[in-house]
Write a protein that binds this ligand. Structure first.
Ligand SMILES: Cc1cc2nc3c(=O)[nH]c(=O)nc-3n(C[C@H](O)[C@H](O)[C@H](O)COP(=O)(O)O)c2cc1C
Length: 318
């Protein structure tokens, strides 16, 4: 095999493997990669869809979007743009993207944040993230056609009430409880374990109740400086959910590179009535795809890395 072609194939495979570190709903990693010549195909894996919590596959596609963006960012670190065809085949809606090497570009260092990014559910510090970095995050989301809307101070109480209400509805619903049970404490390189979960203390916005014994100390943060943001899309179709996932990933990697930390909040979009209420809170414009808390971490130690499936379980060749 010609040397350049080998290098090209390796880059695409390497990007698909790096995408394994992407965040996903309940760490379900609902994707498969098929390496095909100098291209890779990203497929949604419906067998990993959370049927109670995510019947429409919104969060599944958001998670796939995060994986796709991790691959794009990895390729960029090697000095190439990615040639991406999103949802290229109407006959196969689960083919999320075709992905290959694009043109040469200036390499950037964002991929270094992939290993450092974690869901940090601990309370953040008193200091608020600076306006300049928030503006940068808005711009990063905008590149994916997604609006990053910071929830204004006077809206935070209504937002917190929406999160709490969604949590109560989910606790009372057997389908949600089944998803939680299925995707926690697994021994398959996926799912959420107690190691990354903090005890539920009084917080401005309550963290998700995973019904797990908390293994991570909450620390001394107060969340006083924490910013709450919404990823908002113009449409509410699979292509919008995919774009929201790409934006979520690149915003998260960027804020990690700037020394900030974050955790997503998706209960508010999982419960349809609460998603509608949130839309009204935004003035009825746009569709909230997922929320995120962003702040200045208090502790120097990062939360532990969460498990991942092996490349051999997620990648096939040909
Ligand atoms: C679409 C999406 C929704 C998520 N929703 C929540 C959530 O509501 N609460 C939460 O604590 N974490 C949430 N997460 C974070 C995942 O649980 C986390 O990414 C996964 O467990 C892997 O851990 P890591 O991000 O530390 O690698 C979400 C992640 C994604 C991509």
């Amino acid at each position: 095999m010609n040397h350049d072609l080998r290098a090209e194939l390796d880059l695409v495979a390497e990007a698909s493997i790096a995408a394994l570190r992407a965040p996903s709903i309940l760490n379900s990693q609902p994707w498969r990669w098929r390496l095909n010549g100098d291209q890779a195909e990203l497929w949604a894996d419906r067998s990993r869809q959370l049927t109670g919590l995510d019947p429409d596959g919104r969060l599944l596609l958001l998670s796939c979007g995060a994986a796709l963006n991790h691959a794009v960012v990895t390729l960029r670190a090697a000095g190439y743009s990615a040639a991406v065809g999103r949802r290229p085949d109407p006959a196969h809606p689960d083919l999320v993207a075709r992905f290959g090497r694009g043109e040469c570009v200036a390499a950037d260092a964002l991929a270094e944040a992939i290993e450092r990014r974690h869901t940090d559910r601990r309370p953040f510090g008193d200091e608020r993230p600076g306006e300049a970095v928030l503006e940068e995050l808005r711009e990063v989301a905008g590149r994916h056609g997604v609006h990053l809307q910071i929830i204004r101070d006077e809206q935070v109480t209504a937002f917190a009430a929406a999160v709490a209400h969604a949590g109560e509805i989910e606790r009372d619903d057997a389908r949600f409880r089944t998803d939680l049970r299925t995707w926690t404490n697994r021994a398959h390189g996926d799912g959420v374990t107690g190691q990354s979960v903090v005890a539920t203390t009084r917080r401005t916005v309550a963290p998700r109740d995973f019904a797990l014994k908390a293994g991570l100390a909450a620390g001394t943060g107060t969340d006083r400086g924490t910013v709450y943001a919404l990823f908002v899309t113009d449409g509410d179709e699979p292509r919008d959910w995919l774009a929201a996932g790409e934006a979520l990933s690149e915003v998260w990697l960027t804020l990690t590179a700037r020394g900030l930390a974050a955790s997503p909040i998706s209960e508010v979009v999982e419960v349809p009535g609460v998603r509608l209420a949130l839309r009204r809170l935004l003035g009825g414009v746009g569709n909230p795809a997922v929320a995120m808390r962003i702040g200045v971490p208090v502790q120097e130690t990062r939360p532990p890395a969460t498990p991942r499936r092996s490349p051999s379980a997620t990648l096939t060749a040909g």
